[in-house]
Ligand binder design. Sequence first.
Ligand SMILES: [Zn+2]
Length: 422
Amino acid sequence: MHRRNFLRRSLAGAAVVSQFGAVGDGLLRAQAPPRPEYDLLIKGGRLVDPAQNISARLDVATKGSKVARVAADIPADSARHVLDATGHLVTPGLIDIHVHVYDGVAPLGIPADPNCIAKGVTTAVDAGSAGAHTFPGLRKYVINVADTRIFALLNISVIGQSTLSGENAWGELLDLRYANVELAAKTIERHRDVILGMKVRLTRNIAGDHDLEALRRAREAAEAAGTPLMVHIGGQASPTQTVVKMLRPGDVITHSFRGGEGGILTSDGRVFEEVLEAVSNGIHLDIGHGAGSFSFDTAERVLAQGLKPGTISSDVHQFNVHGPVFDLATTLSKFMHLGLSLEETIARATSNPSQVFGKLHELGTLKEGAEADVAIFALDEGKFEFTDALGARRTGSRKLRPLATVKGGSLYGDATFPIERL
Ligand SMILES: [Zn+2]
């Protein structure tokens, strides 16, 4: 069977040519009648679907763009195509609520498809790469054309992350005139089908000493649009406790397990009372690993105090995609090493993020009738070295390796993965 790496096949019968290469000739000829009941059957895998409390060997059958049946031993001849997942892990398509995919405009942007749908992520949220002035381009050149299902959080700065922060660069909120509430609210109104909320970054080299005013404006725009706000913490001028008190239930704190100043720990390693209170009030702790925002040391301290993150996201971008982040699957593997069970880990990239933003509510599960978004992984066992954003290392014993992805019933595969028509 000839296939190019990372190709898409139409399971309705016709071969599809994607930007990643043409499907080999003759792969998908019409089958002899009678017409099988299902289009695709993923057979023999271990299904982990936290939204349904499932962790068992079950088959998944799809028809059109939806999940048609989840059951044990669905007959192979009931589907036009059978994907043998024996020995592998089958989950709902992953949801990564913090990525940067404004490739070519935001300096940290990366192409969405090779980094999301090719890695088991069917739904990704671009977290603030674009602001009011640059969002139309994100929509036109990325969201509208990617195979990955992409939503966005709108940066309160009208220029989004079209600059870099740090030396020889300038953060998007150093000039507060860029933090425009009215333009942000209008942009959300115009693109409400794909914008899920607001984003603000508070680090001193991004927001200077006026972090709280930037936050206030982002919150006001979120309020006007009736959406949540994601706040990027770390190294900001004001104490985390003050920042957290300005948030509302439903808001998201990303980079919550970062090391250094401006995180969620006191100097002696306790989680701030204000943060515990915020979590009990419905404010979500998100990971957003990133290039500088995830610390094993912090994670171990927080987990030892009985607090787990609500969502695990990668913050994958140009400056961490070649390490230490690589992809969401690697980030999830780090949390299995930290002691979360496989089911707890998968929940934080499927059912949990599906509840953070309203438009994601129907995703992140394989219940019958749901969108047929499926990820298939090898769960490798061995010795794997993991590195955090500070260069600290841990050796884990399990690692998720993305094999194939289905989005809305269409299959995206890796050339090494066997896809058999039985
Ligand atoms: Zn980010």
